[in-house]
Design a protein around this ligand. Structure first.
Ligand code: ADP
Length: 435
């Protein structure tokens, strides 16, 4: 007999004897019927064991789901056959998995972009062949190395460290003339996929367009200066026929608009094409914001209450002309989109995370869907009761470029009717020590 079965029989017999003895003693003492007591004990133990075995059998057949096992009810006799079926099905699944993995590997190889799986520390877990070609990442040697050590570009470093979700452009570490664009794709828990593609052709096309705009703008400057000069002389000339007063005024304001457009286009193309990184001049934010307040006040003819709050005496380290342009653009926009009687605050703050220039207004606000597009060239919110405010549509594009060049970023919070806050974040290395 099987040892397992022998043990089971022995256990049941012992239990039955113990129960028979106990109930025989009880039957003899209480009713003088020891045999009936012993019999009752044996019957009780057998009934209990039977119920235990039935329950176990039920659980077993549930465990071996009848449908999953060749469609019939589970039976121990069929166990060897079922096990061998299971084995062959596992083998088939393994083969299929191998084929899928092979297909995946060949897709990754023929993938035109570099793909790197990075862990939450920014270290390389896996890389494909293109990552080797475009970024110089070596399959085995660079496994576990921080991506920042492989792609040494300040723009990329700041983007990776702050967990940027947008696309980032940087120069190829392998070919000096090539431009790359990286994108972060959520991948698995504590890992993400870094997709990098070559955008050199697009960058060159962009540069050609930018050069064209810059040249055209440059050529427009002289005729505009001449026109503006003549129009000024006409409007100041006492002998000039009065009936031409309004048309001359109108022409002068259009010339003024074109001059601003040309100036902004030239400024934007300089920012886009400049290879010289911005300097680190310590800028007194009291002066920078104070001047922006003056420009804002003049623009709204004092109808909006605009003032500066300089909460830190630490200077911003940057290119003076560019930072002034940021503050002025924010101030002009804030007063332009705030109805008379409203309030605008320009603020400078510093912390361990860096510095922040912000403008907060009590103006008309902006609907959420426009926010991501505001820094595009010529993007302006139209309709929806937006006031027709003169402007070039280039101000925020300039702000964004200046911030990019300084390793910073623009954050916009706004809601219709609740005003807007534009915050320019600068990294810690762009904030100097207090004098
Ligand atoms: P411009 O002000 O010359 O039109 P910008 O690039 O500076 O160009 O701004 C783009 C658009 O963003 C504006 O036309 C306006 O619709 C919106 N905008 C900018 N600043 C504000 C603000 N403070 N409040 C409301 N809307 C704003």
């Amino acid at each position: 007999m099987d040892t397992l079965v022998r043990k089971l029989v022995l256990r049941i017999t012992l239990r039955a004897c113990a129960a028979a003895a106990a109930l025989a003693a009880a039957g003899w003492l209480l009713a003088g019927m020891p045999v009936a007591g012993a019999l009752a004990g044996v019957v009780l133990v057998l009934a209990w064991e039977l119920s235990v075995q039935l329950r176990a059998a039920g659980e077993l057949s549930q465990l071996f789901d009848a449908d999953a096992w060749s469609g019939g009810a589970f039976s121990f006799a069929e166990l060897p056959q079922q096990l061998s079926d299971l084995e062959s099905r596992t083998e088939e699944a393994e083969q299929r998995l191998k084929q899928v993995l092979k297909a995946l590997r060949s897709t990754a190889r023929s993938f035109p972009d570099a793909a790197l799986v990075l862990n939450d520390q920014g270290e390389v877990v896996v890389s494909n062949r293109q990552a080797r070609r475009m970024l110089g990442v070596r399959k085995r040697l660079d496994k576990g190395r921080p991506a920042l050590k492989l792609i040494r570009d300040p723009e990329f470093a700041s983007w990776l460290q702050r967990g940027g979700k947008e696309l980032v452009r940087f120069k190829s570490p392998e070919q000096p003339d090539a431009w790359l664009e990286a994108q972060r794709v959520p991948y698995a828990e504590k890992q993400f996929l870094l997709l990098v593609r070559d955008i050199t052709t697009a960058v060159l096309a962009d540069k050609t367009r930018s050069d064209f705009v810059a040249n055209a703008s440059h050529e427009l400057q002289t005729p505009l200066t001449v026109l503006t000069g003549y129009l000024e002389s006409m409007s100041e000339d006492e002998d000039f026929p009065k009936r031409w007063g309004d048309p001359v005024q109108h022409m002068a304001s259009q010339c003024d608009r074109m001059t601003r457009l040309v100036r902004d286009l030239l400024e934007l193309s300089r920012l886009e094409t400049s290879d010289t990184p911005p300097g680190f001049a310590p800028l007194s934010m009291m002066d920078v914001l104070g001047d922006a307040v003056q420009v804002g006040t003049a623009r709204c003819a004092g109808q909006v209450d605009i003032f500066a709050e300089v909460e830190s005496d630490r200077p911003l380290l940057g290119e003076e002309f560019e930072i002034r342009s940021v503050a002025t653009n924010l101030a002009i926009n804030a007063v332009a989109f705030t109805p008379p009687g409203g309030k605008v605050v320009l603020r400078w703050e510093t912390s361990r995370d860096g510095g922040r220039i912000s403008s907060t207004d009590t103006g008309i606000g902006i609907r959420r869907e426009h926010l991501p597009r505001l820094t595009e060239r010529f993007y302006r919110v139209r309709g929806e009761g937006s006031p027709v405010v003169p402007g070039t549509g280039l101000g925020l594009a300039i702000v964004k470029h200046v911030l990019n060049r300084h390793g910073g970023r623009l954050e916009i919070e706004s809601a219709p009717g609740s005003g807007s806050t534009f915050t320019c974040h600068f990294p810690p290395h762009r904030v100097g020590d207090a004098p």
